[in-house]
Write a protein that binds this ligand. Structure first.
Ligand code: ZN
Length: 232
C-alpha cells in the first residue's frame, strides 16, 4: 500500500501520495471514476511542503469531489443494476442474496454486511455470465483461453495476457448484457490477434457483430458502474 496524507477538514480527505523521480512540481489529480485524490510528489519535496500545498488547494479538491456523481453504498431502499436493469434492494428471510420478482433480496440479519454480500453476489453472477460468454466466443473462434479471473480494476474492463489468461472487472455484470458480451468477445479475440489492428476488430465482429454500440456505452457509462461502493 502506498503512502497517504490527510487533508484536515469536514470531512477529512485522504490523499494517495505518488513519489516521482521525474516530476518537477507537486501536482494533484482527482479521479473522475472513484474520487481518489493523488498527489504527485517530486523527489526531495518535504511532507510539510506537501501538506501546505494541499491545504492551499483544499477548495479546488473539494469542488472536484463535489462534481462527481455521488458514490452510492447499496442498501435496502436503494437500487442496484444487474445486467443493466435497476433492481430494488429489499430484505427478506434466508441466508443468501438472491433475485426474486425483479428485486434483490438480502438477508435482514447483520445489515452491516449488506454491501459485502451484494458484492459477493455480483461477483458470482459476473463469473457465471463471463464464463458462458467466453466459452461461446472461444468456441466460435476455435481458441482455448487459459484462466479467467475477476478483479475490481479502475482503468480497464478486461485484459488478455500472452499466456491466454483473461481478466475482467466483475462490475461488468451491472452493465447491459450486450456490454458484458462485447468485452468477453474483445478479450477472446485477443487470443487470435494480440493487438488492436483492423484484423483484430474484424475478429471481434465475427462473434460480436454490432460491437460499436456496447463499446460506446462502456466509454460513456464507466462512472455509473464505478460509483457503487461496496466497502469503505
Ligand atoms: Zn484489447
Amino acid at each position: 500500500m502506498g503512502e497517504h496524507l490527510i487533508l484536515p477538514g469536514d470531512p477529512p480527505i485522504a490523499l494517495d501520495i505518488k513519489p516521482s523521480a521525474r516530476a518537477r512540481r507537486l501536482s494533484l489529480r482527482v479521479s473522475r471514476l472513484d474520487g481518489r485524490v493523488t498527489l504527485t510528489l517530486p523527489h526531495g519535496a518535504s511532507r510539510r511542503h506537501a501538506l501546505a500545498f494541499v491545504e492551499d488547494k483544499a477548495d479546488w479538491i473539494r469542488r472536484h469531489l463535489a462534481d462527481r456523481p455521488d458514490a452510492q453504498v447499496p442498501m435496502p431502499g436503494r437500487t442496484l443494476p444487474v445486467h443493466g436493469t435497476d433492481h430494488p434492494i429489499v430484505t427478506g428471510p434466508g441466508r443468501s442474496v438472491h433475485l426474486a420478482a425483479g428485486e434483490i433480496v438480502v438477508p435482514h440479519r447483520d445489515p452491516d454486511r449488506t454491501p459485502a454480500r451484494l458484492m459477493a453476489f455480483l461477483k458470482l453472477e459476473a463469473r457465471a455470465a463471463l464464463a458462458e460468454a467466453v466459452d461461446r466466443h472461444a468456441a466460435a473462434l476455435a481458441v482455448t483461453p487459459a484462466r479467467l479471473t475477476l478483479r475490481d480494476t479502475r482503468s480497464r474492463w478486461g485484459s488478455c495476457s500472452a499466456r491466454g489468461d483473461l481478466m475482467f472487472s466483475w462490475r461488468l455484470v451491472m452493465a447491459p448484457r450486450e456490454v458484458l458480451d462485447y468485452v468477453a468477445a474483445h478479450e477472446v479475440a485477443h487470443l487470435v490477434e494480440m493487438n488492436h489492428s483492423q484484423a483484430f476488430w474484424n475478429t471481434v465482429a465475427r462473434t460480436c457483430p454490432g460491437y460499436e454500440a456496447p463499446r460506446r456505452w462502456l466509454r460513456q457509462n464507466a462512472e455509473t458502474l464505478h460509483r457503487y461502493k461496496f466497502r469503505d
